[in-house]
Each structure stands twice: as structure tokens, then as C-alpha cells.
Write a protein that binds this ligand. Structure first.
Ligand code: IP8
Length: 258
């Protein structure tokens, strides 16, 4: 990718763009708000900014994966089951692409099952993503089922893709837009800055709804290991993040999980 561009990797959380407790139900209102905000941001910018969007599974991927007993660690060799999970994620990807197109964003799909593999570490070739960025498109990829060395297919989370793409492509900014305004302390106040995992170890728990790829703790650990400035924030702060690169909880420093 051309180095004169600045690159943002933005994840739209599955719980944000779907109703997580209702099977395969898009939250059209939140999706449209997110797409409108992104459209305004890109429309206001000169051409040098590049954006990759990654979305999670919400009530599409996670219900399907749990039903077939597939997770990030538990694989399956049942091709029909793996295809069903991938197909559900394709439906959601189609909804996200449609929302982005409605707001004038030149978004194109990147389907991980067809390009990525788990061979110990994640292998996510980026030639197609880079070519899209160079041509001014917005690649839109997502958590998916991927083939995993000696396990059949397992679940690859959107968070892992965010981290992999941000590293490989040298992203300048990474944002996770979620239903929560950041990492919350015991009084539900947003922790504005996290430099090491120890800062938040006592307050982080698991996700409430069905989620086969881990909750906030995993996100924070992964973001801490990145070079790029990262932030976790809610939809109300998406515009602030896109414009300034900081919102909600800002995560910096090199901690665990490299
Ligand atoms: O919601 C998981 O992606 P995530 C995708 O980013 C599937 O963890 C297929 C469950």
C-alpha cells in the first residue's frame, strides 16, 4: 500500500450491528448510524485517508458457531456446518456492505475463509486488501470460520483480524466500536487510558451473551500488543474517533500477547 496514506482499521462490533440475543437479526438503526458517520468522515476528507472495516458476528456468527460446537479452540471437520457459519457471516457482511453503499462508501467484501488460515499464528494474506486500498475502496472483512491446522475449521474473531491487518499494514489507528463506551471501572465509569493489562485486570469479566471468541479482556490484551494507537468506544463516539483517533478508552503500550 502507498505509504503516503494514513490507515485506520475500524471494527464494528457484532453486538453493535446485530441484536445479539435474537438469532440473525441486524440492528439496522445502529448499522445505519455507523455507516452514516463513516460516510460523512470519508466524504469530508481529502483522498489520503484509507479505511478498513472489520465486523464481528453478533447474532449471526456466534449462534451458528455455538450450535455446531465450533469456537476459536474447538474445530469441526463438518463442511456443511462450517459452510453454514460462513454463510451466516456472509449475510451479515452483505448487510454491512449495503449500509455503507447507501452512504456513498465504495466498500468491497473480503471473506476470510477464502484467504486466511490458522497455522499456529493467523495467516491473513493482504494482497487483495492492499489492492483495494490503493484503488480507493474500503475493504470490509469479518470474523469467520477458517481452516485451522489439524483442527478442521475454527472461529477466527474479527478482533484477531483487526490486530493482524493493523500489524501487517502498519495501521496508524485502530478502533473498536462497541455497545459499551469503553473499558468500565467498578463504578461503570469509562477508564480513559490503559497502559498495561494490570491497570484493568480487576475489572474485566467475560461477555454476557453467547460469544465464542472471548470478551473485553481478550480485546484489551490484543490492543495492548499493537504499535498503533487503539481505542474502544461506543457509537456516539465514532465520529470523535474517526476525526481525532481517540475516544472512550485509549489503549497504548506494548504488553502481553505479541
Ligand atoms: O464477533 C466471530 O467474530 P467476532 C465470528 O469478531 C463468528 O468474535 C463466525 C462467530
Amino acid at each position: 500500500m502507498s505509504t503516503t496514506h494514513s490507515l485506520t482499521v475500524l471494527k464494528l462490533g457484532g453486538s453493535l450491528i446485530t441484536h445479539k440475543d435474537q438469532r440473525e437479526t441486524v440492528d439496522w438503526n445502529s448499522l445505519d448510524r455507523a455507516c452514516a458517520t463513516i460516510g460523512t468522515f470519508l466524504g469530508d476528507l481529502p483522498d489520503e485517508h484509507r479505511l478498513i472495516i472489520v465486523h464481528g458476528g453478533g447474532s449471526f456468527g456466534h449462534h451458528n458457531a455455538a450450535e455446531h460446537g465450533v469456537s476459536s479452540t474447538e474445530g469441526s471437520t463438518d463442511a456443511r456446518a462450517l459452510t453454514a457459519i460462513h454463510h451466516a457471516m456472509g449475510e451479515l457482511n452483505g448487510a454491512v456492505l449495503g449500509g455503507l453503499h447507501d452512504h456513498g462508501i465504495d466498500a468491497l467484501p473480503v471473506r476470510p475463509l477464502s484467504v486466511a488460515a490458522q497455522d499456529g499464528p493467523l495467516q491473513f494474506p493482504t494482497a487483495s486488501v492492499e489492492a483495494m486500498l490503493d484503488e480507493g475502496f474500503v475493504p470490509v472483512t469479518h470474523g469467520d470460520v477458517v481452516v485451522d491446522d489439524r483442527k478442521g475449521g475454527t472461529i477466527l474473531s474479527g478482533d484477531d483480524i483487526v490486530v493482524s491487518l493493523a500489524r501487517t499494514l502498519g495501521a496508524d489507528r485502530v478502533g473498536l466500536c462497541s455497545t459499551v463506551p469503553g473499558v468500565l471501572d467498578d463504578d461503570d465509569a469509562v477508564i480513559s487510558q490503559v497502559d498495561t493489562y494490570d491497570d484493568v485486570a480487576s475489572v474485566l469479566g467475560g461477555s454476557d451473551a453467547t460469544d465464542v471468541t472471548g470478551g473485553m479482556a481478550h480485546k484489551v490484551r490484543q490492543l495492548l500488543a499493537l504499535d498503533a494507537a487503539a481505542a474502544i468506544f461506543a457509537l456516539d463516539d465514532l465520529s470523535q474517533f474517526l476525526e481525532h483517533g481517540t475516544a472512550g478508552t485509549v489503549i497504548s503500550g506494548h504488553d502481553e500477547e505479541r
